[in-house]
Design a protein around this ligand. Structure first.
Ligand SMILES: Nc1ncnc2c1ncn2[C@@H]1O[C@H](COP(=O)(O)OP(=O)(O)O)[C@@H](O)[C@H]1O
Ligand SMILES: [Mg+2]
Length: 297
């Protein structure tokens, strides 16, 4: 079986970027989040109290924390899609050095998909149930890359193959209800990477999937990262997911970053009681095995 890297279509641009970024000079960050605060105007209160991290090509930052800690709002702020009555009330977010606070709607449209992209939990809700899934991926390619419909279809099928869907020609014409959750998430990942983004945010993207499929999707993301230099933000309430994929991790609790550092360091030497609690909770799910294998390495 060929590897993903041999199969991935239309990523020469990303590869060139990766190669040109390879020399000793550290690559400039593709994403800089500085002390971002998110305000709920309706409730008149600050929900996220200052999140900071930077992301360079090929690297992965994890955000972990209990439900309601502000992980998704942080992602949505980064994507410029905060819910109606929320706003960034402090700090700054830069994508490829551009402050997103200054972007016009048209500039956002150009940026989304082509530079920054995302996959969320519950992939079915992001697909139109009455249009075959492949056509929806082809539509993204047609719009974002400006190629003709026939070529978009060809590239969509290649992308479906690249995200390890068997029989991509068949899947292309299927409807969302005909596919499993894991297959749907692969379709969404295909759509998310269709225009060759530099940043992919995966917000609880594997949460609804069973453990085996979850592991396959995480492998797929790691593969994409290695092949294209994609920078990943991986959000999960599950520390094991973050441990598997991330170079560094932020631990959030009640809108606050309580801990931030290299994943190994945070997991081996947690400083905050809440991180220790998370680690203890996750030991039963195999994080202890991950830590053991890290020790061996
Ligand atoms: N659309 C929304 N309307 C009202 N409150 C929201 C909305 N989205 C998030 N919140 C609130 O903001 C806080 C952080 O939410 P969120 O970022 O979704 O947390 P997480 O992703 O860590 O589970 C929670 O208290 C949540 O109730
Ligand atoms: Mg969330």
């Amino acid at each position: 079986m060929s590897t993903l890297s041999q199969r991935l279509p239309a990523d020469s641009e990303a590869t060139e970027r990766l190669e040109s970024a390879a020399p000793a000079v550290p690559a400039p960050p593709v994403l800089s989040v500085r002390d971002v605060r998110i305000i709920d105007r309706a409730g008149g209160r600050e929900i996220v109290h200052g999140v900071s991290f930077t992301l360079t090509p090929g690297k992965t930052v994890g955000i972990v924390g209990e439900s309601g800690s502000g992980k998704t709002l942080t992602c949505r702020a980064t994507l410029g899609i905060l819910p109606a009555h929320f706003e960034v009330g402090g700090g700054s977010i830069e994508i490829e050095g551009r402050d997103i606070g200054c972007l016009t709607p048209a500039e956002w449209t150009a940026l989304r998909g082509a530079t920054i992209s995302a996959v969320f939990q519950d992939p079915a809700s992001y697909l139109n149930p009455s249009i075959p899934v492949g056509r929806q991926v082809a539509e993204v390619i047609h719009v974002k890359k400006g190629v003709g419909r026939r070529e978009a279809r060809r590239q969509a099928i290649e992308l479906l193959r690249a995200v390890h869907l068997r029989d991509p020609e068949l899947v292309f014409d299927q409807y969302a209800f005909e596919l499993s959750g894991g297959m749907l998430q692969r379709v969404l990942i295909a759509a998310a990477i269709a225009a060759g983004p530099r940043i992919l945010i995966a917000d609880e993207a594997t949460t609804a999937l069973d453990v085996t499929v979850q592991a396959e999707i995480l492998d797929l993301l790691a593969d994409l990262r290695e092949r294209t230099g994609l920078a990943l933000v991986v959000v999960s309430h599950d520390l094991a997911v973050v441990a598997q994929l991330c170079d560094e991790v932020l631990v959030m609790r009640q809108g606050e970053v309580v801990e931030h550092g290299p994943t190994r360091e945070v997991l081996h030497h947690p400083r905050h009681d809440y991180t220790r609690l998370l680690i203890a909770e996750h030991e039963q799910y195999g994080l202890d095995k991950f830590l053991a294998s890290e020790e061996d390495a």
